[in-house]
Ligand binder design. Structure first.
Ligand code: HEC
Length: 281
């Protein structure tokens, strides 16, 4: 039935009975039959109907009195509509209120999405930073090539044709305690019969000179000189400078064009930058 405006907080059973023009005993009976109808009682044990209770009662009233449902039929019908009732009528929300609620939920989801987006961006930028940090340690192409050349000992000969480790010289800036130096087949062309560099030599293109640096007897690092004048990283004299650890990590990239090496190697008494003759005569 069409309910009057329910302006009060609570209604007594008498008032409710009056609204529906029914006997209070019917209300009590339906209360015992329909679990949807859960009534509060005051301290004196009198039932209290909230507007919501009256709406629920109206549901039952409509089904049984107006639509002619049996008690059982009405119970089933109410049960099937329960979800709907919970979300709409029990909460007493108008369509506008529901739309507002949904808008709020949408906004909350959007905020969450934005937050996640920001977190994602932070993670991405974080890993990019990691990538760019680790990039410093990953060999550049030129360093990888120098490393491959330096570790290949095919047809190499040692300075003074002797492979023994030499204690580091007074002129060395390297921290390692020992060293030995070898030359590839092209660089050998400027060695004399004793395996020393011929005075006034200029190393031919593709000469490779590798100084192995040792901590005690453990190979630690390669200092590499490759003559390749047209290389993008060659210095004014056509040398590419490599400084690569035994494990392949780069100590100082050839991209720097021997920035930290050249001034020391330019000292008097060198031969085309080479210092072995001077310090191990
Ligand atoms: C403080 C001076 C100094 C600096 C800096 C220096 N070197 Fe040397 N280098 C020497 C000396 C001295 C020798 C002779 C062997 C020795 O005593 O270690 C030498 C030898 C070499 C050799 C063996 C060939 C030869 O006869 O010179 C190579 C290759 C080499 N250095 C490469 C490098 C590279 C690459 C760098 C830069 C990353 C570098 N050096 C920086 C002093 C230096």
């Amino acid at each position: 039935m069409e309910l009057p405006a329910l302006t009060k907080l609570y209604y007594t059973i008498g008032e409710t009975a009056k609204i529906f023009q029914v006997n209070p005993s019917l209300i009590r009976f339906w209360e015992s039959e329909f679990k949807e109808l859960k009534l509060k009682k005051n301290n004196r044990g009198n039932r209290l109907f909230t507007p919501k209770d009256i709406q629920t009662f109206n549901k039952i009233y409509t089904l049984i009195k107006e639509k002619g449902y049996t008690l059982e039929g009405a119970k089933k019908e109410l049960k099937s509509k329960q979800i709907k009732m919970e979300t709409t009528e029990e909460n007493n929300l108008s369509v506008e209120e529901i739309v507002t609620k949904l808008e709020q939920i949408k906004q909350r989801l959007l905020n969450l999405k934005n937050q996640q987006l920001i977190i994602c961006l932070l993670i991405i930028s974080g890993s990019l930073q990691l990538v760019s940090c680790s990039k410093d340690k990953t060999p550049d192409k030129i360093d990888t090539e120098l490393y491959a050349l330096a570790t290949n000992q095919n047809n190499n000969v040692w300075y003074k044709f002797n492979n023994s480790l030499l204690p580091k010289s007074s002129g060395s800036g390297h921290p390692q305690s020992a060293l030995r130096t070898r030359y590839n087949s092209i660089a050998q062309s400027v060695l004399d019969a004793n395996g020393k560099i011929i005075q006034g030599s200029s190393f031919p293109e593709n000469s490779l000179v590798v100084k192995e640096l040792y901590d005690g007897t453990k190979l630690d690092r390669y200092a590499i000189l490759l003559k390749r004048s047209n290389d993008a990283y060659a210095d004014a004299n056509g040398w590419v400078w490599g400084y690569i650890n035994a494990d392949g990590t780069v100590a100082s990239s050839a991209i720097d064009k021997g920035k930290s090496c050249i001034s020391c190697h330019s000292q008097t008494g060198n031969i085309d930058y080479m210092l072995m003759n001077k310090f191990y005569p």
